[in-house]
Design a protein around this ligand. Structure first.
Ligand code: NAD
Ligand code: UD2
Length: 303
């Protein structure tokens, strides 16, 4: 049994990870400022340290006695990076540097969340890890910065790491009431309450929606593969779904007509995002990702 630190462990993905770690018998310490996460999400038996991941003293104290770090704390929204450039930078990039800095003395392995947002718009789909990185948002630029600092951490300080570029993650416990939340949680919430939804643009934009259980499987497997070469893998399904198709499927799951209002497109919005999962599966030995429809039914049942 080991002790793992999970930053952002009261959030959507972090809470599922913490629960999986507890279920396999690990001790878990969570560092979270509860800004978007909630104490109700804390995995049973996990210890909560309330603090800011960009506060070096708080992070240094939180890593005491731990065997490995899963770093998920961030302001997880492209839109919030548009509204609050400096504030999101502090949490998303300075927070990651604080984690790496705290890991360096004992060379603790760090598994951390990057994002498909590092790729920006790509001409060639699906997107493999070696594709050029052209972030179109502050959020994507900071996530790319996390990857570069992890590389420096390996080269200069001998810190083993593994980064994961999550595509669009969905599942239970993704907060549906925040305007910055993921599209699936918003659409499921609105349709299940008999309300209409807003689609930004024509709805022809596509995303690769990956279930949180597949993300947790990758994170768990990634800890054993952390290395000073700072590898980074996509976490995706290799299946594209348009936002319009998604809305119609969720309406069908909820048994309501799809009432859709078309809104102007979001500024700087990526049109198509589809990941290549070949390297993920080959490196970590993971199977086929979970299907979208079954995952949507689970989210609607959870609400
Ligand atoms: P979330 O908002 O549910 O969870 C983030 C957690 O971090 C919350 O509990 C929040 O309170 C905490 N937090 C935020 N700022 C903090 C700070 N300064 N100090 C301490 N704690 C802080 O988001 P999520 O969807 O679970 O995202 C987890 C990670 O995965 C993030 O790094 C995010 O950027 C990344 N990611 C998410 C997605 C997705 O589709 N959800 C996709 C790509 C990458
Ligand atoms: C980006 C990242 C993702 C993750 C996430 C964190 C890409 C391709 N993906 O997701 O990896 O880091 O940011 O926030 O960079 N939409 C509507 N109506 C709504 C809400 C959303 O039409 O009410 C559309 C939105 O315009 C977009 C799609 O749904 O085309 C997905 O939006 P999102 O906010 O769930 O995530 P996205 O793609 O910005």
């Amino acid at each position: 049994m080991s002790l793992c630190l999970v930053t952002g462990g009261c959030g959507f993905i972090g809470s599922h990870l913490a629960a999986a770690l507890r279920a396999r018998g690990d001790a878990v310490r969570v560092l979270d400022d509860l800004s978007t996460g909630s104490e109700a999400n804390l995995a049973p038996g996990a210890e909560l340290v309330r603090g800011d991941v960009a506060d070096h003293a708080a992070v240094r104290a939180a890593v005491e006695g731990v065997d490995g770090i899963f770093h998920l704390a961030a302001i997880a929204s492209v839109e919030r990076g548009v509204q609050d450039w400096s504030g999101t930078h502090r949490a998303n990039l300075s927070g990651t540097i604080a984690v790496l800095d705290a890991a360096r003395q004992r060379r603790l392995p760090v598994v951390y969340a990057s994002s498909a947002a590092v790729y920006g718009e790509q001409a060639v789909l699906p997107i493999a890890e070696d594709a050029p990185k052209r972030p179109l948002s502050a959020y994507g630029a900071d996530k790319l910065g996390c990857e570069q600092h992890a590389l420096v951490g390996g080269l200069v300080h001998g810190i083993p790491s593994m980064g994961f570029r999550f595509f669009n993650v969905f599942g239970p416990r993704q907060d549906p009431r925040s305007p910055y939340s993921g599209v699936i949680s918003i659409f499921c919430d609105r349709f299940s309450r008999g309300e209409g939804i807003d689609i930004f643009g024509d709805g022809g934009q596509t995303r690769d929606f990956v279930h949180v259980s597949d993300v947790v499987a990758a994170l768990l497997a990634g800890m054993a593969r952390a290395s000073t070469e700072a590898p980074v893998l996509n976490v995706c399904t290799g299946r594209a779904t348009s936002v319009l198709e998604l809305a119609e499927t969720i309406a069908a799951v909820c048994g309501v007509p799809a009432e859709i209002r078309q809104r102007p497109p979001r500024a700087g919005e990526i049109r198509h995002s589809l990941g290549d999962a070949t390297r993920l599966r080959a490196t970590l030995g993971l199977g086929e990702a979970r299907g979208l429809r079954a995952g949507l039914e689970e989210v609607v049942a959870w609400l």
